[in-house]
Structures are given as C-alpha cells and as structure tokens.
Ligand binder design. Structure first.
Ligand code: 5GP
Length: 195
C-alpha cells in the first residue's frame, strides 16, 4: 500500500509573498507536491483564474458545502469565506502525494486539531518588517483602501499567532525563503520514510 502523503500548511499575512514562494516550491518535482485549490466566496481578481487560483463560488454554494461537511476546514477572512475541499485532499494523500495548503490561521488550527498524529507540517511566513508588508499590500493595490486597511489590521493580529506553527520562515528574499521551505519539506519527507 502507498504511504500516506504529507499535509503541508503554509500561512502568512496578506502580502508576505506566499504565492511567489508557493510557485517556486511547487517547481521542485522531488517534493511530489500537489496544491490544494481552495473554494472562496471572494470575487475573482483581474489576474486570477477560476479553477487555478481558487474555485470562486457563491455564498449559497459555500453554505451547501458546509452543510454537507465537505470541507477539511474553512474560515472567514475579511468578509469572505475560504475552505479546503476534504475529499480532494484525502484522495491525493492516499495516493501518496504531499498536499500543500495555503490557508490562514483559523483554518490551520482546525486542521492541526483534526489531523493530530497524522503527517502534518506547518510553516508560517513572516515579512522582514510590518512597513515592508504594508508597502507590498499597497503596491499590489488590487483592493480598495478600506479593504487594504482591514487586511493590514488582520495581518497584525495574525502574526501574533505564528506560535501555532512548527516552522517560522522569514521572507527576506523569495529565492532564499523558498529554498529554506524546500529543505524543511525534504527533511520531513525523509523523517517519515524512516518511521
Ligand atoms: P486572498 O483573498 O488574499 O487570496 O486570501 C486571504 C487569506 O485566505 C490568505 O491568508 C489565504 O492564505 C487564506 N486562504 C486561502 N484559501 C483558504 C482556505 O481554503 N482556507 C482558509 N482557512 N484560508 C484560506
């Protein structure tokens, strides 16, 4: 029987550069990773694709998935809901794939509680400074000012919760941070192989 794949959680405040690092980490074929595409009720941004960045769904569709217990975890973030499809993640892990989740802290807490004892790895990305983060969120400028303000406040609160994670990685440079994350994942894969 195939050994069950790892569940790898990557979190970090809005604007820290999760997407860039994720794409870099995913390019390393030796990690045998699959990215879990989340469902969200948030509106699609200009540069995003449905079914690639997220599955963009209505509030009613989201309610139905919650009622059917179809989410491994879900949470609200700045006025919208986001959730991880359970069956997709379970099936891939059963096939021996390592599944990467890019989720926020409340969802992480749910996963850590549910999957205790299972092979879970959690990583929190932090920016070099809050000023740097603010700069990046403003630079991205995909949201109106009041939403950016909410995201910045949320980022400040979220960063206080990084102790829930096994690893905290500084994104001082995406290349370097990506390399550090690849090493963390490789070490975990090796540790589970010899278990
Ligand atoms: P954004 O709107 O910037 O794409 O994402 C907002 C936040 O929601 C980010 O912290 C992102 O990691 C998180 N997120 C994305 N998908 C999920 C999910 O399926 N579950 C949870 N709990 N958070 C998610």
């Amino acid at each position: 029987m195939e050994k069950e794949g790892l569940l790898i959680i990557m979190s970090g405040p809005s604007g820290v550069g999760k997407g860039t690092i994720r794409r870099q980490v995913m390019r390393d074929a030796s990690l045998n990773l699959v990215y879990s595409i989340s469902m969200t009720t948030r509106k699609k941004r200009k540069n995003e694709k449905d079914g690639l960045d997220y599955f963009f769904i209505s509030d009613e569709q989201f309610d139905l998935l919650v009622a059917n217990n179809d989410f491994l975890e879900w949470a609200e973030f700045v006025g919208h809901r986001y959730g991880t499809p359970k069956k997709y993640v379970d099936d891939l892990r059963k096939q021996g794939k390592n599944v990467l989740l890019e989720i926020e802290v409340e969802g992480t807490k749910q996963v850590l509680k549910k999957c205790r004892g299972s092979n879970v790895l959690s990583i929190y990305l932090i920016p070099p400074s809050f000023a740097d983060l603010e700069n990046r969120i403003r630079h991205r400028s995909t949201e109106p000012e009041h939403i950016m303000q909410k995201r910045l406040k949320k980022a400040q609160r979220e960063m206080q919760l990084k102790h829930h994670y096994e690893h905290v990685v500084l994104n001082d440079n995406p290349q370097r941070a990506g390399k550090e994350i690849r090493t963390i994942i490789k070490n975990k894969i090796n540790a589970t192989l010899i278990k």
